[in-house]
Design a protein around this ligand. Structure first.
Ligand code: FAD
Length: 302
């Protein structure tokens, strides 16, 4: 379903992000989790894309398989680093043929240790424009073309220290025809609320979803700090994790409790939707729903 229709249908959206497993055995495990996620009735799910190249095909395969085997609406992420315009056209053609309605358009980062190759795109904005140009050639069956989501950074993107310039870049992506902004993960809701207000002041009217990723282990916390550069870990959270550090289950309980409180406050402040970075495991998200006292996303829309 086109993102515009999803947003018109659901006054609040819950969405879950998956990544394509690298090993064949990981697919069965993932589909086991997906069955559990399905019962939470999300508005859509999304599937990440490896900017490095080795698992790129798997994003397409996973999106198609989710469409065929479940009731879920899957949105592929697409990154433009190390891609030519011809390659992006080819990927969009395959998605259009497979009946995929939406794309999460990203720049991506060239992974460490991999030399950049031919690159027709400098920024996600160029990819958004490429998607719209693809549709202008009549290559998508839906008159409206693909629904497009883009990324936003409540605590800033490390490459653009000037936050006003960064807001200009986000606005350009929205003005180029994006239907939705999905935020980078954050642990301090004040940062998100303030950013949302700054987006409004900048004239951004595109709906914004809050990205939530519960901490489930100390190793996971360290990985997040590395991958989501710029994201701040509040002292109160770090203190709580430190108190629990000798017991992995307690660390996960602390992380899920923190994420639950974030979700509760986001809901109270009328957030348009929450995008859960799930790491393919349903336990943390299901516990958050239980803690919020709801069985599925439908109850969050009431
Ligand atoms: P851009 O919007 O291009 O921004 C990147 C940087 O360039 C920013 O600092 C911006 O301010 C700056 N910039 C933008 N336009 C200009 C301009 N005209 N001139 C100068 N500077 C400019 N990565 C993956 O590899 N695979 C994934 O599946 C994936 N999924 C993600 C999902 C979400 C919701 C989020 C938040 C991130 C995801 N990422 C993924 C990570 C993302 O690719 C990186 O954070 C990347 O560094 C930035 O991507 P972007 O789309 O925000 O890029």
């Amino acid at each position: 379903m086109h993102l515009a229709d999803v947003l018109a249908r659901d006054s609040f959206t819950a969405s879950f992000e998956f990544f394509p497993p690298k090993q064949p055995g990981g697919w069965d495990a993932l589909f086991g989790s997906i069955a559990e996620f399905e019962s939470l009735k999300p508005s859509f799910v999304s599937v990440t894309y490896g900017a490095g190249g080795s698992t790129r095909q798997f994003t397409h395969d996973l999106v198609v398989r989710i469409r065929q085997e479940t009731s879920l609406d899957a949105i592929p992420h697409l990154t433009c680093v190390n891609h030519t315009t011809g390659e992006i056209d080819e990927i969009l053609t395959r998605y259009a043929r497979a009946g995929v309605s939406n794309i999460l358009a990203l720049r991506g980062d060239t992974p460490r240790g991999i030399a950049p190759t031919v690159n027709d795109f400098a920024h996600a904005l160029d990819l958004v424009k490429a998607v719209r140009a693809f549709e202008a050639r009549g290559l998508h069956p839906d008159q409206r073309g693909f629904g497009i989501a883009v990324a936003g950074y409540p605590e800033g993107h490390p490459e653009t220290p000037n936050t006003l310039t960064q807001m200009d870049h986000l606005k350009s992506k929205c003005d180029a025809g994006s239907d939705l902004v999905i935020s980078q993960l954050f642990f301090d809701n004040h940062a998100f609320f303030d950013w949302r207000e700054r987006c409004e002041l900048a004239g951004i009217t595109t709906p914004i979803l809050a990205g939530i990723m519960p901490i489930t282990s100390i190793a996971g916390l360290k990985r997040m700090a590395d991958l989501a550069g710029g994201t701040r870990f509040p002292a109160a959270l770090l203190r709580a994790v430190r108190r629990a550090q000798d017991d992995p289950e307690s660390v996960a309980r602390v992380g899920v409790h923190w994420a639950t409180e974030q979700c509760r406050s986001l809901l109270d402040h009328g957030v348009r939707g929450i995008h859960f970075y799930t790491l393919n495991k349903s336990d943390a998200t299901r516990t958050i729903y239980q803690n919020l006292g709801v069985r599925s996303s439908e109850a969050l829309r009431e």
